[in-house]
Design a protein around this ligand. Structure first.
Ligand code: PEP
Ligand code: MN
Length: 342
């Protein structure tokens, strides 16, 4: 059984609950992030739900209590939590709260290329209405002979471009050694699809206070994806944003198959905000606007889109990169859709 305490629970209340759980001779495991969670193995102790300081008791076998917990908590006793700690969706990044209602959009090139291009893209991305710039400096390429990214120099270029145009910055890390470097430049650390199962990296990201954008693995189930999020949260960082980017199926007409069904499933099962990346799902720029619109209609909290002022000249993922003019149209349509569906 797993017990989630309210954020206001006192140490005395926690100790009383631990004592009660331990009465049956079981070992109680205590996790402190994002709020005290107690696991009493497979044992169920009656009456714990009604003890002071208890927010929710989750059924045995809940694999991702911290990712699910706030939803359970919200359904439990919202009146016992202070404002802003009620387990609503919403992760603050700069002045923007992802998942709190307004559509978040991070757009930009697959890779940082050079300072001048980066600045022109950032200006156009901001004018199109995006909140953040996306740009990879450490690139997970399928071939070791492909461009591997500009590293820290690229991060500095992207940061300067983002700052010049009032944008937040999202960029990927490939391994734990890159976290402290990237954290100096970016607002959101991205975990790519190929790294979703890298539990060592996920644990390290749990020690960062930067929000984590966790992409779905290319062949990961929703359960596996939520477990990856649980790794980050249980290591101390509750600020995880999920990003659906298409999964591998038998279909080859698109690069991946965008799983829009994941959006309502995650809405039901988790408190975490959900973004959609139509670019890596589509693989072709002509398909990106339709997939972006579908994602917005299905209730995504935001979009991650590859966009460039001259997409054909993009160093990586050119075929799926839209122009910044198209980005403008995509975001205008997204706003109309959201109004129509409100
Ligand atoms: C990217 O965002 O450029 C990227 C490499 O994405 P993914 O990890 O989804 O393939
Ligand atoms: Mn890419």
């Amino acid at each position: 059984m797993i017990v989630v305490m309210t954020p206001l629970a006192s140490e005395g209340q926690v100790a009383t609950v631990v004592e009660r759980l331990a009465e049956g001779g079981t070992t109680v495991l205590r996790l402190d992030a994002p709020r005290v969670t107690l696991s009493a193995g497979g044992v169920t102790v009656r009456g714990v739900q009604d003890m002071p300081g208890v927010a929710a008791v989750l059924p045995d076998g809940t694999a991702t209590p911290l990712v699910d917990a706030a939803a359970a908590f919200r359904a439990g006793r919202p009146d016992e939590s202070p404002a802003g700690e009620r387990g609503e969706r919403g992760i603050q990044v700069g002045e923007h709260v992802i998942g709190a209602g307004s559509l978040f959009c991070a757009a930009g090139p697959c890779s940082v290329e050079d300072a001048e291009t980066m600045d022109r893209v950032a200006a156009a991305v901001a004018a199109a209405g995006a909140v953040a710039l996306r740009a990879g400096a450490y690139k997970p390429r399928s071939s070791p002979y492909s461009f591997q990214g500009m590293g820290e120099e690229g991060l500095a270029i992207a940061r300067a471009a983002a700052d010049a145009h009032g944008l937040l910055l999202v960029s990927e890390v490939l391994d734990a050694t890159q976290i402290p470097i990237a954290a100096r430049y970016v607002d959101v650390l991205q975990v790519g699809s190929r790294n979703m199962f890298n539990t060592v990296l996920l644990r390290e990201l749990g020690r960062s206070w930067r929000p984590i954008l966790l992409k779905r693995g290319l062949a990961a189930t929703i359960d596996e994806w939520l477990s990856a999020a649980e790794y980050v949260v249980s290591a101390g960082n509750p600020r995880v944003i999920l990003c659906e980017r298409g999964i591998r199926t038998f279909e080859t007409a698109t690069r991946n198959t965008l799983d829009l069904g994941a959006i309502p499933v995650l809405r039901e099962r988790s408190r975490l905000p959900v973004l959609v990346d139509p670019s890596h799902a589509a693989g072709r720029r002509a398909y990106v606007p339709s997939l972006a619109a579908a994602a917005v209609a299905a209730g995504a909290d935001g979009l991650l889109i590859e966009a460039h002022v001259a997409p054909d000249r993009a160093i990586s993922d050119a075929a799926q990169t839209i122009t910044t003019d198209t980005l403008h149209a995509v975001l205008r349509r997204a706003a109309l859709l959201r109004r129509a569906l409100a």
